[in-house]
Design a binder for this molecule. Structure first.
Ligand SMILES: Nc1ncnc2c1ncn2[C@@H]1O[C@H](COP(=O)(O)OP(=O)(O)OP(=O)(O)O)[C@@H](O)[C@H]1O
Length: 297
């Protein structure tokens, strides 16, 4: 079983927001989709799910093109939190609408989760608070029983207790090995606690596909101090400088090898310390622009 995104493109206002983007997901994974504001995370989810017509490429579920084979469509679910069309309906009315699209919709699970979070099935969605609505979209997604769930900023507006509960619901969902969840989020700290993989988007492409387990063993974040203010070229060629404060340089090396350590020793830092590496570091290391870097330093 797999979802294959092959050379997916979406041009909006002559801009190639998605540019021949490819990746593959198997059930049993939670995948983070990360990138800077406006890079195209929501566009990616909308294009895969057919809300936006694609400019090119393929979306294949178990080898079947979703656009050509309606029978595989219920395997994909994206409840767009920005969709307003069902705000005038009650929670249950929306569920009926989804039952028509998802033959495998689990009404019992829907009722049970609504009850657990004290959401009323007969309340109109426009009367839900922001957090209640966010929670509802997650419950609705999970109840579709689709194989591939797409969640856009699912933790936005949720209080810290509900957030933890929601993350546990999502972990439970994939634990069966029947489901994959793709989460677009800027909550990198919380995301890191549950994802197996992170797809990093930039300029319409997946620029990194991190397996978090492997990343943690291969990458290294170092704090280095040099006698003078000159930054050794090696740090720029082999690493990503995260911050510079006087003579203190914090740098992330994505592929830290013993050879690199020897080369680093040759630059004669007066101090070297390994710091804990987070997804936020990788985000900053890869996606900080020149002008942001000046602001940060
Ligand atoms: N319907 C639309 N009409 C015009 N432009 C759009 C539309 N949808 C997306 N865009 C543009 O496509 C680009 C990507 O937007 P998108 O919402 O996908 O980014 P994002 O990565 O989800 O951003 P954020 O992290 O801020 O939520 C932006 O430049 C946005 O203005």
């Amino acid at each position: 079983m797999s979802l294959q995104i092959k050379n997916l493109s979406k041009t909006i206002n002559q801009q190639p927001t998605l540019d021949q983007l490819s990746f593959e997901v198997q059930p049993g994974q939670i995948v983070g989709v990360i990138g800077r504001n406006g890079v195209g995370k929501t566009t990616l989810f909308r294009t895969i799910n057919g809300q936006y017509l694609r400019t090119g490429g393929q979306v294949l579920v178990d080898g079947h093109e979703v656009a050509d084979d309606p029978s595989v469509r219920p395997q994909l679910s994206f409840v767009d939190p920005q969709a307003n069309f069902f705000k005038t309906m009650t929670a249950q009315q929306v569920a009926w609408y989804y039952q028509a699209a998802y033959p495998q919709f689990d009404q019992a699970k829907f009722d049970q989760l609504l009850g657990r979070y004290h959401l009323k099935a007969d309340q109109k969605l426009r009367h839900f608070s922001k957090g209640m609505f966010g929670l509802f979209t997650i419950i609705l997604s999970v109840a579709t029983q689709a194989t591939y769930l797409f969640l856009d900023e699912p933790l936005d507006g949720l209080d810290v207790i509900v957030r933890k509960n929601v993350l546990n619901i999502l972990i439970d969902e994939v634990a069966t090995g029947q489901r994959a969840i793709l989460i677009a989020s800027h909550n990198l700290g919380e995301l890191e606690g549950i994802i197996d993989r992170a797809l990093m988007l930039k300029q319409g492409h997946v620029i990194h596909d991190y397996q978090l387990e492997t990343m943690r063993t291969k990458a290294r974040k170092l704090q280095l101090v040099y006698r003078d203010k000159q930054i050794p070229a090696l740090l720029k060629t082999n690493g990503h400088i995260v911050s510079v404060s006087g003579r203190v340089i914090v740098v992330v090396f994505e592929d830290f090898t013993p050879e690199l350590q020897s080369q680093l020793a040759a630059t004669k830092p007066v101090f070297q310390e390994t710091l804990p590496l987070s997804l936020t570091d990788l985000f900053m290391a890869n996606l900080t622009d020149e002008h942001d870097y000046e602001l940060l330093s």
